[in-house]
Design a protein around this ligand. Sequence first.
Ligand code: ADP
Length: 448
Amino acid sequence: MPITRLLIANRGEIALRIHRAAHEMGIETVAVHSTADADAMHVRLANHAVCIGPPNAAQSYLNQAAIIAAAEISGADAIHPGYGFLSENAQFAEIVEAHGIVWVGPKPEHIRTMGDKVEAKRTAGALGLPLVPGSDGAIHSTEEAARVAEQIGYPVLVKAASGGGGRGMKVIASPDQLESLIGQAKSEAKSAFGDDTVYLEKYLGNPRHIEFQVFGDGNGSAIHLGERDCSLQRRHQKVLEEAPSPVLSAEERARMGEVVRKAMADMGYRGAGTIEFLWEDGQFYFIEMNTRLQVEHPVTEMITGLDLVREQIRIADGKPLSVQQDEIEFHGHAIECRINAEDPFNFAPSPGKVTAYHAAGGMHVRVDSGLYAGYQIPPYYDSMIAKLIVYGRTREGCIMRLRRALEEMVIDGVRTSIPLHKALLQEPDILDGDYSIKWLEEWLAERN
Ligand code: ADP
């Protein structure tokens, strides 16, 4: 039975993104929303809408029973979780499938494995992916940590097995800091994730963040769609992403792409996934795998011409991959700017009413956003309110067009990151593609 009615278990721009793909496939959509999002664009556009709870996400977008009930009531035959919220919750995926509803996502067991970073690293190693040197699994004592740290050399990084968003992560410069920083990381992890399992990794000094987009059909076929460079980060949050990476040659892309493609094929991976690496001195080091669609997926869509959400829905429907590896071509360059409702330079949140809104347009310019004039940005959720994605035949042309598009964007009534992006696109290092994951924080520190 093909999918005919898709419930979108998310909000904001990604809910709208999923709605658009579904409608282009002739699939009806069901929006679920909190009371704070009753006037959201995706709710207005969806065929059906169900209110699932109060503003607090724990009682709405994370409320599994309410979402399943909404699917039953509305007659949805599939659920797309988007990113964040329940997208990497293996138990929720199992519950959805147990209700006879199609889960537009990976197999629950793969979500579970990759959600535990210790397990993920072990699995990645077994599949032949290059790893950051570190402890062989969890660290159980300070003595063990000291031994491992001595072996791999300081500085080392202590990371939480259940980590996310950079929480539970500490850089340890010398042996005397081991005990206290591991203790801090453990208690941070315990309170954030309910799991104080930690492990050690070599701390790389000045790497780039390069990630590969993959897709599997769940039956042993897989493809890769090249990489995205997401090195421009603040507090481990990506700010601007581009594809292809300015530092990777076509040969390196093909070589590493084949490594990840084969790993996903061997695993029997199903649906969309992202394999994240740190890259330093020409070497890749696996850090984690995200078993969902990423915020920055549109830059891959721009250079491959493939609709990643459509591909996800097709695979969930039991169809084969729509393209073979040798049919995938990479053309030109794409950059995405994440636009947040916050002060562009001190990052203080700035929710409120959007008094005027005008999206940039023109050739090769895409804006993914649920904004409209009069929209009230609620204070309860992520501050990202729009993504501006621009394509160019060359990186230089892409940057020229991106500057022009940023000039056109109007979001009045709240502060946004648009001035930050404009400033970044004047920086020689950015224009040269010469930046690591440290670059933005150093630049901000100098500026402020
Ligand atoms: P999370 O799931 O919390 O986001 P990740 O493992 O994806 O954690 O790492 C987030 C970010 O932290 C990376 O993009 C990188 O900037 C930094 N990081 C992670 N591991 C290392 C490492 N071994 N050395 C240096 N930086 C690292």
